[in-house]
Design a protein around this ligand. Structure first.
Ligand SMILES: NCc1[nH]cc(CCC(=O)O)c1CC(=O)O
Length: 346
């Protein structure tokens, strides 16, 4: 393979507004760090007629992630930006990622008339395609009717706030709305104790070929500067819960970790999708003063495993089909195809 040209770095992105916004943010940071312009290249994610590599071989059901990874491995781009919560928990050895500082990880209720989870009318209709959000909303408000919705951010918002709205509210990640400059539609930011976010929600993964980072050169230095250790430790713990539960992307699992006074604190929840029962567990571990120490990553991962094992001991597998496959991809190219946590469209 030809050596990496850091003076003409290509950052691969999907075409959706959220994807290009996130990629644009990272491209600007990398441009500053490398002192060379970074070029955005669009990666087609669907209907590529000449696809040769099996997407599932690249990491399961995350179609968008897989398409970007394929572009990296085929050297059609040098860097790719993913929403961390869409990344499978198994990491291909050929690729490595860093995590910039996380946005607000919470979910946001976007309701008509400024309604909140507490003030929604009896039997109110709330749209989400995420079993995790459905399970926790039903646990808080068993009377609500959860409506399965797909589509990009604007499509979903229109279901509750548009002229032809047929729902009282939809739930979206606050981070996505914030990156799009649309937080004015939020009527309530949901307390993680009521609705625990998806593992990795609000964080980005900036990924490159491991071989291009191995030499400690300018790209490796730029990646090190992008990496935010508190974010890394939190998402490592959260993703370890998923991995230990061997959970599929459609499983109703929330996990939320944060650093508090030198301790990594994590809560995780597994619920029945109908909200009738849920299990939660919280644990904490002291992380040394040096967050960059590899031992801190190990502590974080072990915290996640410990919490997952407590949930399993309490009967998590009985509550929810943890390994449930994603629903089949809808045919229309405009709709979200992966069945991940409220899929975003290309
Ligand atoms: N799976 C879709 C997805 N992936 C990342 C985000 C939002 C941004 C983030 O969590 O970083 C969204 C949309 C949503 O859940 O509302």
């Amino acid at each position: 393979m030809s050596p990496l040209d850091v003076e003409h770095l290509r950052l691969g992105t999907r075409a959706s507004r959220l994807a290009t916004t996130q990629s644009g943010f990272v491209a600007r940071r990398l441009t500053e760090l490398l002192e060379h312009p970074v070029e955005l290249v669009h990666v087609r994610t669907q209907g590529d007629a000449d696809r040769t590599t099996s997407l599932s071989a690249l990491g399961g059901t995350g179609v968008f992630v897989a398409a970007l990874r394929e572009a990296l491995l085929e050297s059609r781009c040098d860097v790719a930006v993913h929403s961390l919560k869409d990344l499978p928990t198994t990491q291909p050895a050929e690729l490595a990622f860093v995590t910039p500082e996380r946005e607000d990880p919470r979910d946001a209720l976007c309701a008509r008339d400024g309604l909140t989870v507490e003030t929604l009318p009896r039997g109110g209709r709330v749209g989400t395609g995420s079993p995790r959000r459905a399970a926790q909303l039903q646990a808080a408000r068993p009377d609500l009717e959860i409506v399965d919705i797909r589509g990009n951010v604007e499509t979903r918002l229109a279901r509750a706030l548009g002229e032809d709205a047929d729902l009282d509210a939809v739930v979206l990640a606050f981070a996505g709305l914030s990156r799009l400059g649309r937080t004015e539609v939020v009527s309530e930011v949901l307390d993680p104790a009521v609705v625990a976010p998806a593992p990795g929600q609000g964080a980005l993964a900036v990924e490159a070929r491991s071989a291009d980072l191995a030499d400690g050169g300018p790209l490796a230095e730029a990646f090190a500067a992008l990496d935010h250790r508190p974010t890394r430790l939190a998402v490592t713990a959260e993703r370890a819960v998923l991995a230990r539960l061997e959970a599929g992307c459609a499983a109703p699992i929330g996990a939320y970790a944060r650093l508090e006074d030198g301790e990594l604190v994590m809560s995780a929840v597994v619920g029945r999708v109908d909200g009738a029962e849920q299990l939660t567990h919280t644990a904490r571990v002291a992380v040394g003063p040096d967050l960059a120490d590899a031992a801190a990553d190990t502590e974080a991962r072990e915290l996640g495993v410990r919490v997952a094992e407590r949930l399993l001991a309490d009967g998590a597998a009985r509550l929810a089909p943890l390994t449930a496959a994603a629903p089949p991809a809808p045919r229309e190219p405009q709709r979200g195809p992966t069945g991940t946590d409220d899929p975003e469209v290309p």
